[in-house]
Each structure stands twice: as C-alpha cells, then as structure tokens.
Design a protein around this ligand. Structure first.
Ligand code: FDA
Length: 283
C-alpha cells in the first residue's frame, strides 16, 4: 500500500518535476540555488534503472529549458550499482554527457557504508573524464573519512560535507553527536583550507555558526564556500544567509519513491515528526 503524499510534502517538493518547478523558482527568486533529487534508491532491475536514467536526462534538459538555477543530486544505486558496476557507470556517463553539453553539474550522494568505496572510485573516474561536472559527498561520522578527504582533495574533487544519514555500526562510524560535531568541524576546516569551494551541508546551529565564525576569523570570503540545507528545513536560516551574502543551496527532492528519504528525516530529529503532523492540517 502506498502512503498518501500529504505525509511527505513537508520534506518533498512534489511527486513530479513539474510539481517541483514552482518550489525551485521560489527559492531561486530568493537568491537560493537548488540541487534537484529524483527520489529513489537501491533499484534492483535494469528496466527501472534504464527508466531512471531517461528521467534524469529529461531532468537535466528540463532544468536548462526552464532556466532554473539548479544542479542535480543522484544516488548511484538508482542507476544500477546493485545490479552491475559497469552498467551503472555507463548510465552515469549518459547523464554526464548531457551535463557536459549543457554546462551542468551532478553530485553523487553518499549512501550507506557498503557503497562508500565504490562511490569514491566511480567519482574519481568520472571527475577525471568530466572535470567540473561531477562531485560527491563525505560523511563526517565515518571513521574512514579522515583518509577519504586527502584522497578526494588530491584529485581536486568537489566535496559536500555532511554528518551522515545512515545507521552504521561503531567499527564503521562515530556513534555520538558531540564527537560527530567535532569531526565535522575538523573536516570543515580542512576542506576550507585546501579546496576551492567546499559545500557545508547541515541544519545544526552549532556547526553553521562554526563555519561562519571560522571563515570570518580566517579571512575566507563568503563566495569561497556554500551552505546547503534540505527542502522544508530551516527555510528562514537559508533566506537569512542568502540575504547576508552567503551562497546557499537547498536540496530539493521530488518523486513517488519518497519513503526511505522521508523515514531518514523522521529518524534523525523527533521534531520532524511534529512538522509532518502539523503539515497534515495545513492547506
Ligand atoms: P541534526 O538533524 O543532527 O540536528 C542537530 C541540531 O540542529 C538539532 O538538535 C537542532 O538544534 C538543529 N536543527 C536541525 N534541524 C533543525 C530544524 N529543522 N530547525 C531548527 N533546528 C534544527 N547524508 C548522507 O548520508 N548522504 C548524503 O549524500 C547527504 N546529503 C545531504 C545534503 C544536504 C544538502 C543536507 C543538508 C544533508 C545531507 N545528508 C546526507 C544528511 C546529513 O548527513 C544529516 O543526516 C542531516 O543533515 C541531519 O544532520 P544535521 O547536521 O543537519 O542536523
């Protein structure tokens, strides 16, 4: 049984690209850039992965045709990583050909730990072939991140730093929030020091303030980094940051396969459950 979309609308911009367009335009009008994400993950059959690839190509073209200030975020398991790695890379290259032709950018979201190494390997190969058109995500909670950052930095990869949304065991990831925050701060400093334009993805006041203070104290200009947040969360903060001259990008998910994304948002913050309940009573 499919749950009604009304449940997800607090965090998901619509079930189709068409439905998401006005939300993207509204953000763009406020000086906020977007990363559109067609929801879905862990596709197990080629028919769905093929259809997804076609849908992403249409999305890239639609963004260009509509003149939206948006790149896209994708999950490699949507392109068939669980089916066959070579097939997944072929699908990704189909998208990157379009992105290259249109001057667009594709970010490979980071999924759970079984996919970390493969995502990094695929990113490095794609970055070598399509420089400036592809980047990935690093999760501060993962123990391996201390080695992955220098690895990605050495090839000049474009990196989004986040805490990490997937449940991982203690041998793989830090388990408590103060230590995850500490790790995030260290990696943020590192990325701000050695990469030209890192992306800081968090809604956490302590971390947002840390990035603002650190960049100010160290003379790092506002146009040298980007703050990123998820659609439906901290809209006022995004608008304030943009009004104060910071580069802000909102990750805007859409699509019918919203359940896993929606569940992660509810799990990471109990207040999000109340947001959902209150949304149900709003028109
Ligand atoms: P978290 O949810 O840990 O909250 C910490 C504190 O921040 C709260 O206690 C509260 O004080 C404050 N806060 C949070 N939300 C608030 C709100 N709505 N209003 C007021 N205060 C609030 N993960 C991943 O594994 N792979 C990926 O590719 C990505 N990609 C990604 C892109 C973008 C743009 C973002 C913002 C996030 C991701 N993530 C992700 C998700 C990320 O790893 C993480 O799970 C969530 O961002 C939650 O962590 P936060 O640091 O945002 O705050």
């Amino acid at each position: 049984m499919r749950l009604p979309f009304a449940l997800a609308k607090r965090f998901v911009a619509g079930e189709t690209f068409k439905a998401a367009i006005p939300k993207v335009q509204e953000l763009n009008q406020k000086g906020i850039k977007v990363s559109l994400d067609l929801l879905g993950e862990n596709v197990k059959d080629r028919k769905t992965a093929d259809a997804t690839t076609v849908e992403y190509v249409d999305l890239l073209k639609g963004i260009k045709d509509m003149g939206l200030d948006s790149n896209i975020s994708i999950k490699l398991t949507m392109l068939g990583l669980d089916i066959d790695e070579k097939y997944c890379i072929d699908n990704l290259n189909t998208l990157l050909d379009v992105a290259k032709e249109n001057g667009q950018f594709i970010r490979l979201d980071m999924e759970g730990s079984p996919y970390t190494q493969r995502t990094i390997d695929i990113l490095k190969q794609a970055h070598a072939e399509y420089p400036g058109h592809v980047g990935t995500v690093i999760q501060a909670m993962m123990h391996r991140t201390k080695n992955d950052i220098p690895d990605l930095v050495s090839v000049g990869a474009d990196v989004r730093l986040c805490k990490g949304a997937y449940k991982e065991p203690s041998n793989i990831a830090i388990q408590n929030m103060p230590d995850i925050r500490q790790a995030f701060k260290g990696y943020a400093k590192q990325l701000l020091g050695v990469t030209p334009y890192p992306r800081m993805a968090t809604h956490d006041d302590e971390l947002i303030q840390f990035v603002l203070d650190y960049t100010k104290e160290n003379g790092i200009a506002k146009d040298r980094f980007e703050m990123q947040m998820l659609y439906g969360l901290r809209q006022n903060t995004c608008e304030e940051l943009a009004a104060n001259g910071y580069n802000v990008r909102v990750y805007v998910p859409y699509g019918t396969m919203w359940m896993p994304y929606f569940t992660r948002r509810l799990r990471e913050r109990k207040e999000n459950v109340w947001f959902v309940v209150s949304t149900l009573f709003k028109k």
